[in-house]
Design a protein around this ligand. Structure first.
Ligand code: DX5
Ligand code: ZN
Length: 228
């Protein structure tokens, strides 16, 4: 880690009835990106939101929108999410038989391409596209729901992702998503994560979402200080 980790609160855990206010709170608290979880009821069991809500979020913040597509055949919707204001579009390796083409399509839309890996998918499976990516998302839960427990083996997978990016000369950031909290923020940063997604730890913090951002920031920064 050469720079401080970025924080990307996941609006999945926000109150959807007060979504604009939730986004403004984490923006003011110093969040770096807004993480938007898109689920289709096919690739994952849950259904969440689409381009219209993403565009609504874009109207209340200038922060980059980090759109995580947990959907089948994501290539059908890339343009819609780009038009909605996505800065990063992350597709799942498991949903893309023509992953290289899909990454190119994202790049051609002027958006940063990311690839997400489920906990059972080998990190090695993205070696041949690593240099084309701006983001590698290591899922630290099985995707579909917020509030799940962090899978400890994810730390080893983050280390492997870091090694793979170094070996391939990729400048992609590594993002970790699922069960991230102040209890493990230091460990994920030490293992190689550059971007921390957190839903429950931010929006369900007992003292409010701003306190959640502060607590994660402090925990992640502590790891950085220890590692230098
Ligand atoms: C899970 C989503 C995550 C989720 C994280 O499928 O991709 O972004 O919202 O929520 P927490 O931080 O509660 O695990
Ligand atoms: Zn996500």
């Amino acid at each position: 880690m050469s720079q401080r980790a970025l924080l990307a609160p996941s609006i999945l855990s926000a109150d959807f009835g007060e979504l604009a206010e939730g986004v403004r709170v984490v923006d003011r608290a110093g969040a770096d990106w807004i993480h938007v979880d898109v689920m289709d009821g096919h690739f994952v069991p849950n259904i969440t939101l689409g381009p219209a809500v993403t565009a609504a979020v874009a109207r209340v913040t200038d922060l980059p929108l980090d759109v995580h597509l947990m959907i089948e055949a994501p290539e059908r919707y890339l343009e819609d999410f780009a038009d909605a204001g996505a800065s990063v579009l992350t597709v799942h390796q498991e949903a893309c038989p023509h992953l290289h083409r899909t990454i190119q399509q994202i790049r051609e839309l002027g958006v940063s391409p990311g690839v997400a890996l489920n906990p059972a998918t080998p990190v090695e499976s993205i070696r041949d596209v690593a240099a084309d990516l701006d983001l590698v998302l290591i899922m630290s839960v099985n995707p579909g729901f917020g509030g799940q427990a962090f899978i400890p083996r994810s730390l080893e997978r983050l280390r492997r992702a870091r090694a793979l990016l170094d070996e391939t000369g990729s400048r992609a950031r590594i993002e970790v998503d699922g069960g991230v909290s102040p209890d493990n923020a230091g460990a994920v940063v030490a293992a190689g994560a550059d971007v921390l997604v957190a839903g429950s730890a931010v929006f369900r913090h007992p003292d409010g979402a701003a306190a959640g951002v502060d607590a994660l920031r402090a925990a992640a920064a502590g790891a950085h200080l220890r590692s230098v």
